[in-house]
Design a protein around this ligand. Structure first.
Ligand code: C2E
Ligand code: MG
Ligand code: MG
Ligand code: MG
Length: 291
C-alpha cells in the first residue's frame, strides 16, 4: 500500500541519515588524532600571472591521508572540523606547516608566496595574529610572503570579526584575499571596509564565462571595480584556453586552475617548476655575503 511504501521510504531515508551522522562521528573521532599522527598534508596549486605567465605564488590546500579511507578532501572534513571544534587545531597546523615550507624554499633560494585558507572560527580566535606572527618569526619568513584567504560569504557573515582580524594582520604585514567572490551577495561597500590585497573570482563564474554573456559581463565589471579599489584579481577554476583568453581580455591579473596546474605535493611542484621553467623570484643575497 501507499502507506507501507511511504513508511519504507522514510525508514530508508532515516537509515541513510543515520549513516551520515555515524560517518561524521567516526570521522571527527579520527580527525582529533590526525595532527599528532601526521596524517595531514598540504598540496600546493600555482597561481600564474595572466600576462607574463610567471608563477605568482601557490595556494596551500589541506589534505587528510586517512589510514584506512585514503585521501580525504577539505570539502569533507573542514565542515566536520568546524562543527566539532577542531578547526583551530587544523588551522594552526596549516600556519606552521606553510611557514616551514616557505623556509625550505627560501633555503633553496626561492622567495615563494603562499596563500592559506582561514576559517571564520580562526578569525574569532584572540591569538590568531600572534600565532601567525610567531610562526613567521620562528621560520624566518617575511610577512609579505604570506597571504590569508577568507571566503567572501564567511567574511560578510561576521564583518566585525573579519574587519578586526584583517586590520591586525595587515598591521603585521601579511596580505589578505577575499576568496570565492561573487557567491556571498555582499554589498560592495563592505568590500571597501576590508584592507584586502586580492580578490578571487569564484569558479562558478569562470565556468560560465565562455557560454554566458551575463557571467562574462559580471566578471568584467568585478575586475574593473576591484582594480579601482586597488585590488589584484585572481580567477579560480580556469580549465580551458577559451576561459583563459577571455580572462586575459578582461584584464584579470592572475589565473589558477587545472588548465595551468593541479594542486600537488611539494615534490611534484618542484618537478613542475623545473619543467615549466617558471621564474620564481630569488632570495636576495645578504649584504657582504660571499657569492
Ligand atoms: P578554495 O579555497 O576556493 O580552493 C580552491 C578549490 O578549487 C580547491 O579544492 C582546488 O583543488 C579546486 N580547484 C582548483 N582549480 C580547479 C579547476 O580548474 N577546476 C575545479 N573543478 N576545481 C579546481 P579543494 O582543495 O578540494 O579545497 C576545497 C575548499 O576547502 C577550498 O576552496 C577551501 O575553502 C577549503 N580549504 C582547503 N584547505 C583549507 C585549509 O587549510 N583551511 C580551511 N579553513 N579551509 C581549507
Ligand atoms: Mg582559497
Ligand atoms: Mg577559492
Ligand atoms: Mg572556491
Amino acid at each position: 500500500t501507499a502507506k507501507r511504501a511511504g513508511g519504507h521510504t522514510y525508514a530508508l531515508f532515516e537509515s541513510r541519515m543515520n549513516e551520515g551522522v555515524q560517518e561524521q562521528l567516526a570521522l571527527q573521532h579520527d580527525l582529533r588524532h590526525a595532527v599528532e599522527r601526521n596524517e595531514l598534508l598540504l598540496h600546493y596549486q600555482p597561481k600564474i600571472d595572466a600576462r607574463l605567465g610567471r608563477l605568482q605564488g601557490v595556494e596551500a590546500l589541506l589534505r587528510w591521508q586517512h589510514p584506512t579511507r585514503g585521501m580525504i578532501g577539505p570539502n569533507v572534513f573542514i565542515p566536520i572540523a568546524e562543527r566539532f571544534g577542531l578547526i583551530n587545531g587544523l588551522g594552526n597546523w596549516v600556519i606552521e606547516e606553510s611557514c616551514r615550507q616557505m623556509r625550505v624554499w627560501a633555503d633553496q633560494g626561492m622567495l615563494m608566496s603562499v596563500a592559506i585558507n582561514l576559517s571564520v572560527h580562526q578569525l574569532r580566535t584572540e591569538d590568531l595574529v600572534h600565532r601567525i606572527e610567531s610562526a613567521l618569526t620562528r621560520h624566518r619568513v617575511m610577512p609579505s610572503q604570506l597571504l590569508c584567504e577568507i571566503t567572501e560569504s564567511v567574511a560578510m557573515e561576521d564583518i566585525k570579526s573579519t574587519q578586526r582580524a584583517f586590520e591586525e594582520l595587515q598591521r603585521i604585514g601579511v596580505y589578505l584575499s577575499i576568496d570565492d567572490f561573487g557567491t556571498g551577495y555582499s554589498s560592495l561597500s563592505y568590500l571597501r571596509q576590508l584592507p584586502a590585497r586580492q580578490l578571487k573570482i569564484d569558479r562558478s563564474f569562470v565556468a560560465d564565462i565562455e557560454v554566458r554573456p551575463d557571467a562574462r559581463a559580471i566578471v568584467g565589471a568585478v575586475i574593473q571595480l576591484a582594480h579601482q579599489l586597488g585590488l589584484r584579481v585572481v580567477a579560480e577554476g580556469v580549465e580551458t584556453e577559451g576561459q583563459r583568453d577571455i580572462l586575459l581580455a578582461l584584464q584579470c591579473d592572475e589565473l589558477q586552475g587545472y588548465l595551468l596546474a593541479r594542486p600537488m605535493p611539494e615534490a611534484a611542484l618542484g618537478v613542475w617548476m623545473s619543467q615549466q621553467a617558471v621564474m620564481v623570484p630569488s632570495v636576495p643575497a645578504p649584504v657582504g655575503a660571499p657569492r
